[in-house]
Design a protein around this ligand. Sequence first.
Ligand code: FAD
Length: 309
Amino acid sequence: MTTLVIAEHNNGSIKSATLNTVAAARLLGAPVHVLVAGSGARGAADAAAAVEGVEKVLLADAAHLGDFLAENVSAQVLAVAAGYSHLLFAATASGKNVAPRVAAKLDVAQISEIISVESPDTFSRPIYAGNAVATVKSADAVKVITVRTTAFEAVASVGGTAAVESVAAAAASDKVSFVSREVAKNERPELTSARSVVSGGRGLGSAENFKILDPLAEKLGAALGASRAAVDAGYAPNDWQVGQTGKIVAPQLYVAVGISGAIQHLAGMKDAKVIVAINKDGEAPIFGLADYGLTDDLFQAVPQLTAAL
Ligand code: FAD
């Protein structure tokens, strides 16, 4: 048994989701290798080699791997997959794009969004928007797994001394080519890895009003998030959405402002350590989950809270 973790990186360094995925991999009790597929990615490979618990890093370096197109990355994973018992991906937009392609080609069932490792073939994963936890046992020879990163404490990014081994790059796909990338500029911490998150809902009423959350997030050093209703209404960008069909977050502090607490929203934030809710409706379901609840008009409460901080 050996486990291969597919690294998420930017060619120069490793993304934090990889550290959580390695943490899950270590629980399998087998040696952990990491694949870095990129272009000019020696920096990322060296960073992966320093990660606690990693025994070997495979580096596939080629121009066509530099933009992380799922077609090319999945071909690369398949090229090195022989001999591995477990292939682990972070359950991020990128991991969820690559893993199913690999599972399909290997003719195995993907095991999605695991939140615990019971044994090398048995895992638990949330179902029904997190309202139930299924224990799944796989008889497949190779387990292709996506890991819910918030469920596994990250391993240290330093301390490891793995060897980096270069592997041949798989051929580039002729079906796709990279055209361009628009990177959203964000002065705030990244939503899924932020220690604090301030989220706004439909209660904010408009995109203009949503800005009332800026100074609060600034004071807390928090990322901004939103409910789906706020995103659908155009109050907040799509990539701020928290929930079943948005991002899963588990920060130390989650402040829900003008959010009712629909189960699909809770599915994305219920693992936050401390939940604060501000809502003018004292019966709002969010208060059932909140550690601290303030029944008040947000347009009064948010500036007061910001000033007090
Ligand atoms: P509402 O439910 O309308 O709540 C607004 C709240 O603001 C109310 O509680 C109100 O009392 C309060 N409020 C209004 N004015 C003020 C004020 N002045 N001061 C204080 N409080 C005020 N939702 C998600 O968030 N994320 C998802 O990923 C997601 N995925 C979904 C997937 C599916 C398949 C489906 C069917 C739904 C999904 N939803 C998701 C939608 C979800 O069901 C809810 O509709 C949504 O979460 C509601 O958003 P909200 O709480 O902002 O709005």
